[in-house]
Design a binder for this molecule. Structure first.
Ligand SMILES: Cc1cc2nc3c(=O)[nH]c(=O)nc-3n(C[C@H](O)[C@H](O)[C@H](O)COP(=O)(O)O)c2cc1C
Length: 198
């Protein structure tokens, strides 16, 4: 089982990296292999709307997304984390998400054959964790359309200093439990496949 996590925070080692890492730690404690990627540290260019990916199974831009597509196609679960900037994901995260277009065939069916479970992890300065939920829900629906089995949204509020999230022990425990649960979701999926009539 492989669980991969992305953080779209430009601030290294800060709340978003930490929140995603808590989810991954939970997955790891349940036996998953994990990998963590910091979007802002990678070479990821903006989509150029060439639609190469509709006649080919990858993107025309030869940058770090090429490796990430492979990672995503092989993953059983994916965690995408971002700070809230101006009520939305960061620009770095959005550039990454735009570049997920090659995960769709020309007829809008998904190329994600494993249908990885998805957790969205947001951090925000605003203490009210419900404030940006409509935006987060619509992001979740969009990623479900891309072929992810979108599961949960975890939100850390009142995160300003780099490690504020670690003070919220109920939340970090929930993040770890979500990570461990991702593995269960994958196992249940495999069992369902095994039991399906031929
Ligand atoms: C440019 C910018 C815009 C932000 N916009 C919002 C916002 O709209 N709502 C909010 O609650 N917090 C906002 N914040 C606060 C961050 O979401 C919060 O501090 C978050 O934890 C930062 O992530 P990090 O700790 O991984 O760097 C903003 C911060 C920055 C730097």
């Amino acid at each position: 089982m492989k669980v991969i996590g992305f953080s779209g925070s430009p601030r290294k080692g800060a709340n978003t990296d930490r929140l995603v890492s808590h989810v991954l730690a939970g997955a790891q404690s349940a036996g998953a292999e994990t990998a963590f990627f910091r979007i802002a540290d990678l070479n990821i260019k903006g989509c150029i709307s060439c639609y190469y990916c509709k006649s080919h199974d990858t993107c025309s831009i030869k940058d770090d997304m090429q490796g990430l597509y492979k990672e995503m196609l092989g993953a059983d679960a994916v965690v995408i984390g971002s700070p809230v900037y101006m009520g939305q994901m960061t620009g770095q995260t959005k550039t990454f998400v735009d570049r997920l277009l090659p995960l769709l065939n020309a007829d809008f069916t998904t190329r994600l054959t494993k249908r990885p479970a998805l957790v969205l992890a947001f951090t925000q300065g605003q203490p009210d964790t419900g404030m940006f939920l409509p935006y987060m829900e619509s992001t979740k629906q969009m990623l479900a359309f891309m072929g992810f089995a979108a599961k949960e949204i975890v939100v850390a509020g009142a995160t300003r200093e780099k490690a504020d999230v670690d003070q919220q022990t109920d939340l970090t425990a929930r993040a770890k439990a979500l990570g461990a649960g991702l593995l269960g979701a994958s196992i249940a999926k495999i069992k369902r496949k095994t039991l399906a009539p031929l």
